[in-house]
Structures are given as C-alpha cells and as structure tokens.
Write a protein that binds this ligand. Sequence first.
Ligand code: UDP
Length: 312
Amino acid sequence: MNTVITGGAGFLGSHLCDALVCRGDSVLCVDNLITGSRKNIEHLLNMPNFRFIEVDITHDEIEKHLPFVPDIIFHLASPASPQDYIRFPVETLRVNSIGTEQCLNLAKRAKAKLLFSSTSEVYGDPLISPQKETYWGNVNPVGPRSVYDEGKRYGEALVMAYHRLYGLKTYLPRIFNTYGPRMRLDDGRVIPNFISQAMLGKPFTIYGDGKQTRSFCYVDDLISAFLVLVETDYHLPVNLGNPDEFTIIELAEKINSITGLNLSCEFLDPLPDDPKQRRPDITLARKILGWSPVVNLDEGLRRTLNHYLEKK
Ligand code: UDP
C-alpha cells in the first residue's frame, strides 16, 4: 500500500509510521514539525520504503511532493495536547479545517481512503458517562479548548460531507487519551508531566481537586485499532480508547507505586472547561473491529517510564 501520514513525526504518527514501514507499505510522512519532531522518525530515514517531507499542509500542496498515488491517507496532523493547542490556536483550527480539506481533495483525486483522527474532545465536558458515539457532546464553542474541540467537530463534518457527496471511503476514529513512548515530556499532558516530575523527584502537579477522571490507552493498542478500522467499510465515528477509568489522584498514586517513590501532590487552580469525566464506551469498536485494548495502565506506564529512563 502507498500511504500518506500527515503528522507522521508526531507521537501517534511516528508509531503509525513504524507499523506501516514494518509491514512493507511505502510511507510518505508529512509534518511541519511545530509539535512533531525529526527525532521520532530518525530511525526510519534510511529505510527504502520511508520518506519524510517537512511541509505545512495548510500552506503547501502535498500533491506536489508525492512520490506515488496514495491508496490511503492518515490525517493525524494537529497539535493534540491542551497546552499545545492553546499555544497554537489558529494553526490548530487551520490544520483541522483547511488541512482536512486538502487531504480530502487528494483522497478524492487519487481514489484513496482517508482516516481523520478525531477525538473524545468532541464530547467536551460530557454530561453522560461512559460516552457513546451517539452522544452529541457538551462543548463550549468559545472557550480556550474550543480551537481543538470545534476544529475536530468541523473536521468530522467535512469528512462526512465528502463521504456523502463523493462516496469517499472515510474513517472517523474518536481517540481517547493515548500515551506511550515519544510523547514530549514537556507537552503538558498529565502522563508526561507526572513522568518528568517522578524523574526529577518533584511533587505531582494536579489541576483542581484531582477527582476528574480519564481513561488512558497505550499507543500500541490504538495503532492496532487503526489498522483494523481501515480494512472495514465503517464510516461513522467510532470510539477508540481504554475504558479503564482513573481519577488523576489515582494516576499519581499508580506512578508512585510503580516507581517506588512517595511523591506528594501539589494542587493548583483547575483549568478552564477541563472535562470532569471521560470514559469511552467501546461496544461499537468491539463489535465492528473485534478489538479491545490489551495493555493495562500499570504495564503501559512501566513501558513508558522505561523508554524515558533509557533515553536519560
Ligand atoms: N492534569 C493535571 N496535572 C498535570 C496535567 C494535567 O492534573 O500536570 C489534568 C488535567 O487538568 C486533566 C487531566 O489531567 O483533567 C488530563 O489532562 P491532559 O492534558 O493529559 O489531557 P486532556 O484529557 O485534558 O486532553
């Protein structure tokens, strides 16, 4: 298969590049490196079936740089951590709107499939739990997180419009908090923050009372779901995540117990519009993909910690 991955030098993108290069696909990795990093794909640069181009898809056409006619486009480019998308608000809106449109036009011309990385953030601060795909969400359209939430909601709408108008084969995974090696330790998300705090022996920073919940999925589980999803004909949104739900305080306790440390928690002001609960209902993914996550939080955190300790 000839594959284009936008955001291929990012956290998820680089793991997807690994999986596809390893199975023998020809991979074109496209990234503007605003939040991605060449380091994430350095080990692939000498592979004959891998190519990287530093291109901003909101300003430059991918098509000019294509070494092949793609069979599938994975559109993963977007800042994804709240700290990053609040720092790059306009870029976030543009890559999910203009960037998505460019990818869809390319998919249409090439008769390629397209996967758009959507997110649990489309549910906003959800009023029901767990969240099913049929829930329409509770998003503040003008808050600081709206650039991401509304960008992804717009992206989903655009993908559905192309699917309906032109019969494009499209996929809309809604990705719940995913973690693992290669997240930037300074990307501001809770797992990299807690890991870097553990490595420095500093207290865990907790925004608000720490009773808010998240459900964390190990990156390998997510990538396997992507690979199964694009072999199906299922075009509607599908939740991908690990349904095991933890409070942020429980996450801090877990890192203490895995590392044998006894770090305290420093409670800071809550973040605006921070969702209070998040847990995917993955009944649909189990049914259509025969998939469910296999790496539990203890194991995934151990693997992630080892990655950073090896790099130290
Ligand atoms: N969080 C925290 N301390 C940190 C970073 C994040 O308490 O150092 C909280 C944050 O307020 C949120 C949860 O952890 O409730 C998950 O945040 P993250 O940025 O990882 O992802 P989100 O699910 O909010 O996109």
